[in-house]
Design a protein around this ligand. Structure first.
Ligand SMILES: *[C@@H]1O[C@H](CO)[C@@H](O)[C@H](O)[C@H]1NC(C)=O
Length: 212
């Protein structure tokens, strides 16, 4: 999101210049932008942001239709905004937030499964004023990678972690058990040395006193 935003900001002045210097060609100047790749953990969710552009004059009722395909350019449709169609593999897990005024939208897939790992293509369809129905689609699509769930990792490594923790706790306990007597022993030795030194100096002092 960050780099793409930066990129669009960098490209903004150039596109404005292009718009003012030359006419938009309806036959070539259309397309769809969507991220090249995304990755999300299993059980998590992901959103594919897409935006489209064209320069046809739209019909009074443009009947904008957004469809999402998977696997490849001619792959099966998994979502159709006009039919309100959702492929059975994504039932209750897909939602599309369309921002018609901004020529963009966001497709979100929740509760991700390993099988969701695929390539997703956005297709736009509109009714134009003079050129009939126009349909265009992203060519590279978005490659979605499903990573191992963080929760799953914890569960898998659970017993090991527990053992490690216990061992560490035991070590800590042992260290305390050992460290405490050692400290007490050191204190006792130090006390003895100080006492002996004090006693000797006192004896010496008394010796000197008796000598005087
Ligand atoms: C989506 O549904 C509309 C309306 O039925 C249809 O015209 C359009 O071709 C469909 N899109 C795809 C990609 O199947």
């Amino acid at each position: 999101m960050g780099p793409s935003l930066l990129l669009s900001l960098l490209l903004l002045p150039a596109s404005l210049q292009a718009d003012s210097s030359k006419e938009c060609n309806p036959n070539t100047d259309f397309g769809i932008n969507q991220p090249a790749s995304l990755s999300a953990p299993e059980g998590g969710s992901t959103c594919i942001f897409f935006s489209y552009f064209h320069c046809w004059e739209l019909a009074k009722d443009p009947r904008l239709s957004i469809a999402i395909k998977r696997r490849d350019f001619h792959g099966e449709v998994i979502y159709n905004s006009t039919q309100r169609f959702i492929h059975k593999d994504y039932k209750n897990r897909i939602s599309l937030d369309l921002r018609q005024g901004q020529n963009s939208g966001t497709l979100c897939i929740q509760n991700l499964r390993k099988e969701d790992e695929n390539r997703y293509f956005c297709q736009v369809q509109v009714e134009t004023l003079r050129d009939g129905k126009k349909v265009w689609q992203s060519i590279p699509g978005t490659k979605l990678t499903i990573t191992e769930a963080a929760q799953m990792t914890t569960i898998t490594k659970g017993p090991t972690t527990t053992v490690t923790t216990t061992t560490r706790d035991m070590n800590m306990e042992t260290m305390v058990k050992v460290a405490l007597p050692v400290a007490m022993f050191k204190t006792a030795i130090l006390g003895l040395v100080v006492y002996l030194w004090w006693k000797r100096s006192k004896e010496e002092k008394s010796q000197w006193l008796s000598l005087e």
